[in-house]
Design a binder for this molecule. Sequence first.
Ligand code: XMP
Length: 326
Amino acid sequence: DWVMGDYIAEAVENIRKQVGDDEVILGLSGGVDSSVAAALIHRAIGDQLTCVFVDHGLLRLNEGDMVMEMFARNLGVKVIRVDAKDTFMGQLAGASDPEAKRKIIGKEFVEIFQTESGKIENAKWLAQGTIYPDVIESAGKGKKGAHTIKSHHNVGGLPEDMHLKLLEPLRELFKDEVRELGVALGLPREMVYRHPFPGPGLGVRILGEVKAEFANLLQRADAIFIEELRNTIDEASQKSWYDLTSQAFAVFLPVKSVGVMGDGRTYEYVVALRAVQTQDFMTAHWAHLPHELLGKVSNRIINEVRGINRVVYDISGKPPATIEWE
Ligand code: XMP
């Protein structure tokens, strides 16, 4: 609409004025905020923007290819894809504590991002998809003296010794506005209205020690769950169950249970499905998904993902449980 058109024109003008002829780098995570920031900055300064996309191997199925397809191919944005799967798996080996895993992932991410962005000559600016609620949240920190339940460091955090100026064109926007902006900039609606995904990714959805084999099983189970949620329309609201839930995902439980297949006995891993409805993610209800939907997802996962022979549904609210399992 015209209001958004005006907004974009003004934002583009501001970015051009701020940046001049300098080069800008941006850490692309595949999330909504960094994606919209990239699209907006690219609109303003084109090839003066270089995005660095660190693939830690703990993303959703095919996420890396999708990011490249959307930005590099469709929008013509310069994106450096760093395949750091092996590095992350190596660093995570032996770590099973949730906070320890978050720290390892966050630290490794920053190091790789710094190394890669250090190769970009003349970069003077670091762009980030900081949005208004992030600004408020960090201003409030300390004041409340809040104890950390989970260290939510977004893995795109600013390494302070990089000597780059910050470019944060979404600082005044709420999430809904960021989404509208993303659509207006040509990002696919499906991408812009995606459920949030934690920075440490599947690293906190594989309970305990992270292994490549577990990540592979989990990615496939999760993709089936999401596909069925998108494809199942609730009659009353005419919305998909994906849109009726705030966040939904599969969790890998590294325990084996007994099953039967044909004449044989199986002894394989368990996947838990989690789907919640919430306004602010501080409290949440488990989603009352239709039993037929749950049944279909369970059958598909067990039939299609060899290595999983049992699927359970998480019916815990937050509090006392959290949305993620770690
Ligand atoms: P919990 O599990 O604390 O999650 O109820 C609330 C919201 O925060 C997300 N989350 C994270 N996001 N880094 C992130 O960027 C993290 O370490 C992290 N841990 C949880 C979670 O997905 C949910 O949306």
